[in-house]
Design a binder for this molecule. Structure first.
Ligand code: 5GP
Ligand code: ZN
Length: 137
């Protein structure tokens, strides 16, 4: 528990939230400023700043829970698609520095933008990058 972390307080129930699901490890709640109908967040009860801090066991449990919530969103809301978004670092759009997974139901004509510009790749550069990442695993 990090004293100045709002999601720690929400996760532990010290600040109320619109909770969909809760267990020993996680709370799933409605995002307070939803991108679309049903936008929700999965937050671990333990504090992790971001994905770099997350342990494998929590990550496994988290994604297993995400599959369950995804099906519930589809069945309850009839969304036509779903984006899973997880931001790490300010430059990537992270505003709350307690790890969280966004589940954003998608509907025809919604105004969500999850996009990037694809660039052409240079095969030599790609190979160099591939090797560097592989060596770091
Ligand atoms: P990030 O930009 O860090 O990936 O996402 C933070 C998300 O948390 C935003 O979508 C924002 O609307 C949501 N959020 C921020 N404060 C609260 C809060 O107090 N309660 C809830 N339910 N969501 C929050
Ligand atoms: Zn926290």
């Amino acid at each position: 528990m990090k004293d100045d972390c709002i999601f720690c307080k929400i996760a532990k129930g010290q600040i109320p939230s619109a909770t969909i699901y809760e267990d020993r490890h996680f709370r799933v709640m409605m995002d307070i400023n939803p991108a679309t109908k049903g936008h929700c967040l999965i937050i671990p009860k333990e504090h992790f700043d971001n994905i770099y801090d997350l342990d494998g066991e929590t990550a496994g449990r988290l994604f297993s829970l995400a599959t369950c919530i995804a099906r519930a969103l589809r069945d309850a809301l009839g969304c036509e698609g779903l984006n899973i978004v997880q931001n790490n670092g300010e430059i990537a759009g992270q505003t709350v520095f307690h790890f969280h997974l966004h589940l954003i139901p998608r509907y025809k004509g919604d105004d969500v933008k999850v996009a990037w510009v694809p660039h052409e790749s240079d095969p030599d550069q790609l190979e160099e990058i591939r090797k560097a990442i592989k060596a770091a695993i």
